[in-house]
Write a protein that binds this ligand. Structure first.
Ligand code: PEP
Ligand code: MN
Length: 288
């Protein structure tokens, strides 16, 4: 006997992401990090090492990306590594280094939080919380971060569909946090010549489906340093509101993701090209 008047179609509709949908805010959302607007006309560049490794590595890299035109400094203090024997990050010491680098350079800090128990501590140091690909469907973490007042950078799960991604973002908004930026970072495909396959389709598709800003990480999306500048240009041409890039002052010595990290000079050269692409599509690059 049917006790519920809801049809299957109604149930599916009820579960659809609503708060993130473009129709709920056709004008688009601008996420602000210390006055830096993500989702407006200006494209925002976030750059820095994969992991915080030392005071010297972080400050030297931070100074270079600041001079090259980045507005935010990236760098993980808590690293999600495939092997438990790989460098796991410096933890709280790394957060303190990020804070000092911010004071030194004026860059705002985006750094990863992997666990509900870290949200409060990481929030004390970071200007923006990063939720990584591997945690895109860590629902308790999404709920906890959704209660935080910090802006959130939610990376796409490497095996997540656009629908699953939007549902993950809906978790954050459903907890009251509307300051959410999405980040396409490549998906798993049959192709093994690159680390992941950067899904450029996701940029215009997400922009149609949601009002949230969309940025791209061409470092993880390719895994190959020499491909990064080209895919950064392509991302901007396709409508990305920003880029998240790995840059290391000495990539060959990096403890994590060195082969996809740009040398500082490569970053500067790339930024010059990005400026031209931005101008060609009527946008600019945000400068501090
Ligand atoms: C990172 O940004 O260094 C990182 C671990 O990225 P992802 O979660 O996209 O793999
Ligand atoms: Mn990395």
């Amino acid at each position: 006997m049917q006790t519920d008047a809801c049809s299957v179609e109604d149930t599916i509709k009820m579960d659809d992401p609503d708060l993130v949908s473009r129709s709920s805010r056709p004008e688009g959302t601008i996420v602000e990090v210390n006055g830096i607007k993500i989702g407006g006309n200006a494209i925002v560049i976030m750059a820095g090492p994969c992991a915080v490794e030392s005071e010297e590595q972080l400050t030297e890299t931070a100074k270079k990306v600041r001079a090259g035109g980045a507005s935010l400094l990236r760098g993980g203090a808590f690293k999600p590594r495939t092997s438990p024997y790989s460098f796991q990050g410096l933890g709280k010491d790394g957060l303190e280094m990020l804070e000092r680098a911010r004071n030194l350079t004026g860059l705002s800090v985006v750094t990863e939080v992997m666990d509900t128990r870290q949200v409060e501590t990481v929030s004390r140091y970071a200007d923006m919380l990063q939720i990584g690909s591997r945690n895109m469907q860590n629902f308790p973490l999404l709920k906890e971060a959704g209660k935080s007042s910090k802006p959130i950078l939610l990376k796409r799960g490497m095996m997540a569909t656009i629908d699953e991604y939007l549902h993950a973002a809906e978790y954050l908004l459903s907890q009251g946090n509307t300051q959410v930026v999405l980040c396409e970072r490549g998906i798993r495909t049959f192709e093994s010549s690159t680390r992941y396959t950067l899904d450029l389709n996701a940029i215009p598709l997400l922009k149609q489906r949601t009002h949230l800003p969309v940025i791209v990480d061409p470092s993880h999306g390719t895994g190959i340093r020499s491909l990064v500048p080209t895919m950064a240009r392509a991302s901007i041409a396709a409508g990305a509101d920003g880029l998240l890039m790995e840059v290391h002052y000495r990539p060959e010595e990096a403890l994590c993701d060195g082969s996809q990290s740009l040398h500082p000079e490569e970053f500067v050269n790339m930024m010059n090209d990005l400026q031209k692409i931005a101008e060609a599509i009527g946008r600019s690059i945000h400068m501090l």
